[in-house]
Design a binder for this molecule. Sequence first.
Ligand code: SAH
Ligand code: SF4
Ligand code: F3S
Length: 472
Amino acid sequence: MLEVEQKVIDELRQGEAYEGIQGEGLHAEKRFYIESYGCQMNFSDSEIIASILQTSGFGSTRNVDQADLILLNTCSIREKAEQTIRKRLTEFKKIKKQNPGLLIGILGCMAERLKSKLLEEEKLVDIVVGPDAYRTLPGLIEEAETGTKAVNVLLSREETYADISPVRINSNGINAFVSIMRGCNNMCAFCVVPFTRGRERSRDNISIINECKDLFQRGFKEVTLLGQNVDSYYWVDPITNHAVDFAMLLEQVALISPNMRVRFSTSHPKDITEKVLQTMKSYHNICKYIHLPVQSGSTRILQLMNRTYTREWYLAKVKRIKEIMPDCAISSDIIAGFCTEDDQDHLDTLDVMRISMYEYSYMFAYSERPGTLAAKRYKDDVPEEVKKKRLEEIVSLQNKLSFESNLKDIGKKVEVLIEGDSKKSNLQWMGRNSQYKVVVFDKSDSSLQPGDYAWVEVTDCTQGTLLGKLVS
Ligand code: SAH
Ligand code: SF4
Ligand code: F3S
């Protein structure tokens, strides 16, 4: 179970607040503290929120005891995610009891899912703001300062925060996430995201390119283009009527500089196109790594999940990716114990994992979410202990596959973007190769530093890491 816990914690990892400059104006004396949960999109939103608050004069703090305003950017994807946040909220409420002037705001997906119900359930919360209403945050804070509870959970069909320049929170100055679209139009039966993030909309390509160029000029070496379903990115310029699809956007970002890597996440298997694969192949700096969540290996379950592809269709996609880019790594999301899943369905999932030879997977036990299609239509009928046992089997198979994939790399020379010291020793660098694998090697060349590329020969590996030595 350890591995599952670790992956889940990784996904729910806490975003500390950052120390920013103190602004001017109405809130010049005030400081906010923000903590983020959930997916990368949420972390990216916190950077937009920080920017909005800074512009309205707020300063920031990493120390919750110094804050005038505590913000929690929340996730609803599984019940456990919400429980984690409620627990954290209990701690903040204790601080508020000692400091009644302190404001507490709940942002993000849980705010959107529960709306003003959150204020009834959590009496000490002052502000509730959904993912499309962050521009109104300064006004809502003013309202809350007068003692009125403030809520804005309106979803929008247009909001992309395109013009807001995110403040990079806890950045290593090397990798940055760039949001290219918001919302999701798919209706996977298990998923709460379409309800918490609203309709899909793409951000204009020029603002994306400008943000990426600016990052590169500031020394960043890797951008990850983010969306719930990046392959359905589509922007039509209102003046020229010129349309940009995801493959074109990817190419435009790749052309900024061969020294800046480009990644993207997430791809829905039904939407990733041949054109995207060919574009990936054409550019060295587009990383050879695709996150292609399968969710289940059983066609019957996939249909119930409303994923719109079959097991065979998915496997054909994997095969095509490997034909075009034999070195492309593929990772997946897998749900164990979806409604009606039987032993054979589970074996089908294990089988798809083996055939796809995933480099990594994010693995979850099914958690029913109120309001979703599955909650309305099906019974959550797989007993918890069965879900847990299946999940353990999935995790242990993935561990084996990750190790096997790493073993195959021994002897290869890989290009690594150095991110910093390795976890275990400051005499070693840690970085990633194009396939997103962690590579650790001795600092034998003193001229290298984080943000540099290095060629490393892989000499050994563990399940999670490639170990190697620098080659000239
Ligand atoms: N848009 C992305 C992922 C969104 S959520 C995509 O389509 O891949 C990330 C993952 O959480 C999903 O891929 C799914 O595996 C998992 N997930 C979503 N809802 C879940 C639920 N109700 N129970 C368990 N896992 C869930
Ligand atoms: Fe959820 Fe499916 Fe949309 Fe992903 S594609 S966010 S799993 S509805
Ligand atoms: Fe969670 Fe919302 Fe992301 S539900 S996974 S924070 S889109």
